[in-house]
Design a protein. Structure first.
Length: 164
């Protein structure tokens, strides 16, 4: 048996001030979208902003429901809204941030597995990795090229191909 090792590489900025103008604008749009989050049960408010190839910025925020599986994460709200409003326009980048009263979120907030899998579908659809910008309420910012950075063994649909 052979061991398999998968390494990831990302960039880390010490603060939002070190980001490029476009990354800073995207992250600031996500932070502004926190006001639309509905999280009365977890008190964990998450928001995302997606930049499309046509320059449009689409925001999303988490929407909880007392029946937890019925809610939706910010990343999927944003990406699905972008797909519905601008079908056929590639997604270039996404920024994700969060806040929670009483918690110090000074580390980058990661997307959950379901969101990473959903985002990866858009990468596959448009044949390009998504530029990802992640920050908590404050602190460092992680910048990654593609969802495989955080979900290296994602389901890519290859197993569904019919060989006939």
């Amino acid at each position: 048996m052979e061991s398999v090792k998968r390494e990831v590489e990302l960039k880390e900025a010490k603060s939002i001030s070190e980001l490029s103008t476009s990354d800073r604008e995207l992250l600031e749009a996500a932070k502004a979208a926190l006001d639309g989050a509905w999280a009365p049960y977890s008190q964990f408010y998450v928001a995302a902003a997606v930049r499309l190839a046509n320059g449009e910025l689409i925001i999303g925020s988490n929407q909880e429901n007392m029946a937890y599986p019925s809610g939706l994460c910010a990343e999927r709200v944003a990406i699905f809204s972008a797909g519905a409003r601008f079908p056929g326009v590639p997604v270039e980048a996404i920024a994700v941030t969060a806040k929670s009263p009483g918690l110090l979120l000074d580390k980058p907030v990661l997307c959950c597995g379901a969101c990473l899998q959903s985002l990866s579908e858009y990468e596959k659809r448009y044949q390009q990795p998504m530029h990802m910008v992640l920050q908590g309420d404050s602190g460092p910012v992680w910048i990654a090229e593609g969802t495989k950075t955080f979900l290296p063994f994602q389901f890519d649909g290859e197993a569904l191909k019919n060989e006939n």
